[in-house]
Design a protein around this ligand. Structure first.
Ligand SMILES: Nc1nc2c(ncn2[C@@H]2O[C@H](COP(=O)(O)OP(=O)(O)OP(=O)(O)O)[C@@H](O)[C@H]2O)c(=O)[nH]1
Ligand SMILES: [Mg+2]
Length: 431
């Protein structure tokens, strides 16, 4: 009996091969599907191995075919547990013999050859298997790495929307701050300045509270340190200048009351407003109430003499005529008056302006008064407006220090030292 294996892409192809070689009468003994192994196996399809057998018939000897059909040693296909077909070397007309490894006696050299081959095959198989498992390990490692990488990327993509979300929230918040400041009539150029500085605070990465406190601090810094009246060196001569009707005389009365009644200081009044009799009378009324001296100064030349009369006082408050900043003569008079103060005296000038005055006018007014003297700023009538933007605008425009704000007609209550934090909170929409 001859038993041989035939391979084909399909079962029938393998069977066809068997029939072609062994004849139509061959018997298909076994069909084995050989699944591809290893790397890229997923992309390969199975092959089929058919084991076919045929009964030998007596053949007449044909030397030519005997040698022709003899396989070369190298091409002997040896599988350990399979029968081996050995072609005959004899020239005598004997049939090919079939032996199995279970018949070692039949041909011991061949049997040894078979065992050696078997060993080599096993070693080779082992090597292939080792190699395969190393390749598999490598593939698995690569796959795990790729999965890790994908996971990492996914989680960073997941984090991205949070960052983006926060950035959007912060952007909305900054936008709201911007709108609130504009609503409070802070000059757009200063609002933009603040927002520009905010970008350096990394508003994309911080939360809303951090941003708010950064804006708050920036605005506090912009307002600077308030500067009240300094009476450390007496007498302190303090001029109140400003447009008509803004509240100069009333503010003087409020300050005088604070120093005299609350702080127990000696306060005197000088009236330099000689344009109107009523103006001097108004100041005298307050002086009488406070039981403080009050003198009228009719010219700059009289000023130092008048101061000299009250030189023992802590504070000498000088009321001036309200003037139109467009009136050059009046401006010159005020300037002469202020400049005439003897250098030995401690002198300060406070420009009184109303928070209700239009921004554009305030710019002109404050510019004009700069020509007269350096000054500190008093804002009056905060009770008559809800927009405090001009306080910041004028502070930044003039660079002058803020000092007091007044909030009503009541003397002496409606006055406060400028409270920067309170004003900034109000500018940021707080109440
Ligand atoms: N609502 C409000 N009214 C104020 C405030 N301060 C002053 N006034 C009022 O403003 C008006 C003018 O005040 P004055 O103190 O006479 O103003 P002035 O700057 O001295 O005026 P002239 O001397 O005429 O230039 C008065 O009716 C005051 O009661 C304030 O803070 N709020
Ligand atoms: Mg007045």
């Amino acid at each position: 009996m001859t038993i041989k294996k035939f391979q084909g892409r399909t079962e029938s192809e393998a069977s066809e091969k068997a029939k072609k070689e062994l004849g139509e009468n061959c018997v298909i003994m076994n069909v084995k599907e050989i699944k591809p192994k290893g790397f890229l196996s997923a992309f390969k399809s199975s092959t089929f191995e058919v084991t076919a057998a045929v009964e030998e018939k007596e053949k007449s000897f044909d030397p030519s075919t005997a040698f022709k059909n003899m396989p070369k040693a190298k091409s002997v296909n040896v599988v350990a547990n399979e029968k081996i077909e050995i072609p005959s070397f004899n020239t005598s007309p004997v049939k090919d013999r079939v032996i199995t490894p279970a018949e070692p006696k039949a041909d011991s050299a061949i049997s040894m050859f078979s065992r050696t081959k078997e060993k080599e095959e096993k070693e080779l198989e082992q090597k292939i298997s080792n190699l395969q498992s190393r390749i598999d390990d490598e593939i698995i490692k690569k796959e795990i790495e790729a999965e890790d990488k994908a996971e990492e990327q996914k989680s960073s993509e997941n984090r991205q929307p949070t960052k983006l979300k926060r950035k959007n929230e912060n952007f909305e918040f900054i936008k709201t701050l911007y709108e609130v400041l504009i609503e409070n009539e802070v000059d757009e150029k200063y609002v933009n300045q603040i927002m520009d500085e905010m970008e350096k605070v990394n508003w994309g990465g911080n939360n809303v509270d951090t941003i708010l406190s950064a804006v708050y601090q920036k605005m506090i810094l912009k307002f600077g340190q308030p500067k009240g009246i300094d009476i450390s060196k007496k007498p302190s001569i303090v001029f109140f200048i400003g447009p008509t009707g803004v509240g100069k005389t009333t503010t003087i009365a409020k300050i005088a009351s604070k120093y005299k009644i609350e702080k127990g200081k000696k306060v005197a009044f000088l009236a330099a407003d000689t344009y109107r009799i009523a103006a001097a009378e108004q100041l005298r009324t307050y002086a009488n109430i406070l039981d403080s001296p009050m003198k009228i100064v009719y010219s700059p030349e009289e000023l130092n003499g008048a101061i000299d009369e009250v030189k023992g006082y802590d504070l000498v408050l000088v009321d001036t005529a309200g003037l139109s900043h467009k009136n050059e003569t009046q401006r010159a008079d005020v300037k002469n008056l202020i400049d005439s103060v003897d250098e030995k005296y401690n002198k300060a000038v406070y420009l009184v302006i109303s928070a209700t005055t239009k921004y554009k006018d305030l710019l002109e007014i404050t510019d004009t008064y700069k020509e007269i003297s350096d000054y500190n700023l008093v804002f009056t009538k905060l009770d008559e407006t809800s927009c405090y933007g001009n306080l910041l605008n004028i502070k930044l425009h003039t660079g002058a220090a803020l000092s007091y704000v007044t909030t009503g007609q009541n003397v002496p209550d409606d006055i406060e030292v400028f409270d920067t934090q309170k004003i900034v909170k109000q500018l940021l929409g707080g109440r």
